[in-house]
Design a protein around this ligand. Structure first.
Ligand SMILES: Nc1ncnc2c1ncn2[C@@H]1O[C@H](COP(=O)(O)OP(=O)(O)OP(=O)(O)O)[C@@H](O)[C@H]1O
Length: 485
């Protein structure tokens, strides 16, 4: 059933609206403060919100973005006692469906509500584009937003600008847009603007005639022409020299250009996707990037989040990539110890997914023929960084939470990982028997446990998971007395 929420502090008005909405066979909920209204939106599906502007706890227009972004993304109709043109403009910019000034006629209110609901129904009925996202892993909210944009980009012919830190998947997403677009049957052509000098970039993009410059010993077709009917992917577009930016802008507008040393123009019907990890708006301010080109580029702007902001995706990315490696190396699928994912999640991944995949490949090789991959298999530099970050976090917080029963918090995991690094370092030449090693570690653990709990038997059992009899047997075996610790 359709639900309409009325946020208005005028109780009488709410009652009138409620009866109008009910007569239209919709469910109606009223809220007399902004807080009440936004609280309701958090846990319930709402189709349309009638929103007053002046409310006891704030201005409705200020809350508009949060209301629009709430989980059911309702349409909003402003119903205000004091209409003012600036407020109306602000509201419309904020995406409201209608702006009505009280008193409104029943007819007008009904019409506005019916139209908003019709629009909402049509929006829902739009058939979602079935994307082929075979090689892209991610189900975090940030990634789902990106997939929506990929779907929009795939069906349109507009320029796309993809931004994001290094290794976040800009090229992968550009290829995915191409492969899901009607141009998929034609070329996807990559030009890396950062790796070419100014002259080389010009001839690479536009091509040249034999003899146009020293070394041009044959005609060469430019990559803009190779992308005819397909997609041209300009990687690191922020590194494009200003002189080329000027000529490229013209190519974008007219889809025609002149190869170096040639008098005749060539045409190309290409679709442009550009990517960069630089801030182009800042570059425009400093005069390093043309504003007009930037405006052309970002008809659709896809901003890829860094991996540290979507840690929920790390596990699936790791499983996907290790499965891929198993297949490539022809070995049976491997399992993972839980400490493996904990360590991966505790690292900040400045090189994003590229770095993650490199590290996983190293761990995969280190794990050899074993069927499980452990944190120990990760490169020591990663484990050390994780351990150090955890320790410095610990020393920064004065009152650290006590380690409770069964607590395998990241701090403990980190310390264990660090211990493992130490053990590995010392064992290079001389490895003791496992019994001896276990004995030493066990004794160390018991002494620490007693010190930490002050010898409180209940806490000892809770934390260690040992039974009373087992604990006292161990104490006897190690010749430890509770009072001396
Ligand atoms: N969501 C994802 N799912 C699976 N693999 C991914 C994902 N994102 C990126 N990758 C992989 O990570 C690696 C780096 O991706 P890509 O080269 O597209 O990054 P980039 O942002 O273009 O990097 P750079 O800025 O350094 O050029 C590639 O192996 C790519 O396949």
């Amino acid at each position: 059933m359709t639900t309409i929420l009325i946020i208005d502090d005028d109780i009488e008005f709410c009652e009138t609206m409620e009866s109008l909405v009910r007569r239209m066979d919709h469910r109606c909920v009223t809220a007399h403060t902004l807080k009440e209204g936004t609280d309701y939106l958090e846990g319930h599906g709402v189709d349309v919100v009638f929103l007053d502007v002046r409310l006891p706890d704030g201005n409705g227009l200020t809350a508009l973005p949060a209301i629009k972004k709430s989980s059911s993304e309702p349409e909003v109709i402003i119903l205000t006692g004091q209409g003012d043109p600036d407020g109306a403009e602000l509201a419309i910019q904020g995406g409201v469906w209608d702006y009505l000034v009280k008193p409104t006629s029943i007819k007008q209110t009904r019409l506005s509500l019916s139209r908003a609901l019709k629009y909402r129904e049509e929006k829902r009925a739009e058939t979602p584009v079935a994307l082929n996202l075979d090689n892209i892993i991610g189900s975090s909210p940030a990634m789902r937003k990106c997939f929506d944009l990929v779907a929009k980009a795939a069906v349109s012919n507009s320029q796309v600008l993809i931004t994001g830190e290094t290794g976040t998947g800009k090229e992968l997403f550009a290829r995915t847009i191409h492969e899901n677009s009607p141009r998929a049957g034609n070329n996807f052509v990559i030009v890396d603007c950062a790796s070419l000098t100014e002259t080389l970039l010009e001839s690479t993009l536009f091509g040249h005639k034999k003899g146009a410059f020293t070394g041009a010993d044959a005609d060469r077709t430019g990559l803009v022409k190779v992308a005819d009917g397909g997609t041209l992917f300009l990687d690191e577009v922020g590194d494009m020299p200003l002189s080329i930016q000027r000529s490229f802008l013209r190519v974008l507008q007219e889809k025609r250009f002149r190869p170096v040393g040639q008098t005749q123009e060539v045409t190309s019907n290409f679709r442009l996707i550009a990517a960069t990890n630089r801030n182009l708006e800042e570059m425009v301010e400093t005069g390093e990037f043309r504003r007009d080109l930037l405006f052309r580029l970002w008809a659709i702007h896809l901003e890829l989040p860094p991996l540290r902001k979507r840690k929920g995706d790390i596990k699936r990315l790791a499983m996907f990539f290790i499965d891929h490696l198993c297949e490539e190396y022809g070995v049976p699928n491997k399992g993972f110890d839980s400490d493996f994912f904990e360590t991966l999640s505790a690292y900040s991944w400045p090189g994003n997914i590229r770095e993650l995949f490199n590290v996983l490949e190293m761990a995969f090789i280190t794990s050899g023929r074993t069927s499980t991959i452990y944190a120990m298999d990760l490169p020591s530099n990663i484990r050390i960084k994780v351990a150090k970050a955890s320790l410095s976090r610990d020393s920064a917080g004065a009152n650290q939470p006590q380690v409770e029963a069964g607590d395998t918090n990241p701090q403990v995991t980190r310390i264990l990982a660090e211990t493992a690094v130490e053990v590995k370092r010392h064992f290079t030449s001389n490895i003791p028997e496992i019994k001896e090693f276990k004995g030493i570690m066990e004794e160390q653990y018991l002494r620490e446990l007693i010190r930490h709990t002050g010898g409180n038997a209940k806490k000892i059992m809770q934390i260690s998971g040992l039974s009373k009899s087992h604990f006292y047997t161990l104490l006897k075996k190690k010749e430890i007395s509770i009072s001396s610790e």
